[in-house]
Design a protein around this ligand. Structure first.
Ligand code: PGA
Ligand code: MG
Length: 221
C-alpha cells in the first residue's frame, strides 16, 4: 500500500477522468445537441477540456465556443435539455474504465476501506453508467453534482460523506483528475491524490499541489 493511505478509512473517488474515460459519450451528446441547434460539432478534444464542472457549464462552454459569446438563458436551458436527452439515450456506449481501476477498487474494498463516489455529473447518470461497467457494488454512497446544493470544488459533498460515515476528514482521501477535486479535498480537510490522465481544462493537475500523484490507480495497492 502507498504510505499516503496510512490511517485512511474512507476514499472518495471522482468519476469522469478518474475511474472512467467518458469523453467519447459526452462529446457525442454535446455534438448531437449542437446539431439540434444547427451548429457544427465540437469534437472530443474540446469537450475533454470542458468537462469537470457539471452538465450546465459543459453545455454553456460548448455554446460559447460555437456562438463566439455566452448564450442567453433560454437558449442555454433548451440546449441543456437536448444534451441530457442525448446523453440519457447513450451514456455508456463508448465509455471505458481506465486501466488499473478495477484492480485498485478490488484491493481497497478487500481491505475494508469505505469507498464512495463524488462526481459533478448529474446524479441520474451515476447508476446506469456504474451498472453498465460493473462498478456499482464497490461504492457505499454516490453523490452527483445535483445531489446537494453545492458541488466540487465546494467541500460540502466530501464533508457530507465524512459525516455520514462518522469518519474524521483527516482519515479520508479524495482521489481525482482535476483541480476541482483537489481543491474540494483540501477545503474539506481530506488528504488528496491526483491522476494525470484525466480532464483538467488542459492544465497539469500537479499544479494544484495534491498530497500525492499516481500514473495509475493500481499504484495505490
Ligand atoms: O460532469 C462533470 O463535469 C465531471 O464529473 P466528475 O466530477 O466526475 O469529473
Ligand atoms: Mg473528473
Amino acid at each position: 500500500m502507498l504510505p499516503l493511505l496510512d490511517d485512511i478509512r474512507l476514499i472518495a473517488f471522482d468519476l469522469d477522468g478518474t475511474l472512467i474515460d467518458s469523453v467519447p459519450d459526452l462529446a457525442a451528446a454535446v455534438d448531437a445537441m449542437l446539431g439540434d441547434l444547427t451548429w457544427p460539432p465540437a469534437g472530443e478534444a474540446k469537450v475533454r477540456d470542458w468537462v469537470g464542472n457539471g452538465s450546465h457549464l459543459l453545455v454553456a462552454r460548448a455554446l460559447a465556443d460555437a456562438g463566439g459569446s455566452a448564450a442567453d438563458e433560454a437558449t442555454l436551458s433548451r440546449a441543456h435539455a437536448r444534451f441530457l436527452a442525448h446523453y440519457r439515450a447513450a451514456p455508456c456506449a463508448r465509455t471505458r474504465v481506465f486501466p488499473g481501476v478495477r484492480e485498485a477498487l478490488d484491493a481497497l474494498d478487500a481491505r475494508g476501506l469505505v469507498l464512495a463516489l463524488v462526481t459533478n455529473k448529474p446524479a441520474a447518470f451515476i447508476d446506469p453508467i456504474l451498472e453498465a461497467l460493473a462498478l456499482r457494488d464497490y461504492f457505499r454512497l454516490t453523490l452527483g453534482g445535483d445531489s446537494l446544493p453545492e458541488k466540487k470544488p465546494h467541500p460540502a459533498p466530501l464533508l457530507h460523506l465524512a459525516a455520514h460515515f462518522e469518519i474524521a476528514p483527516h482519515h479520508c482521501l479524495m482521489v481525482g483528475d482535476s483541480r476541482h477535486d483537489i481543491e474540494a479535498g483540501k477545503r474539506a480537510g481530506f488528504r488528496t491524490l491526483a491522476v494525470p490522465y484525466g480532464y483538467n481544462h488542459g492544465e497539469p493537475v500537479a499544479a494544484s499541489a495534491p498530497d500525492g500523484l499516481v500514473e495509475s490507480l493500481q499504484e495505490l495497492v
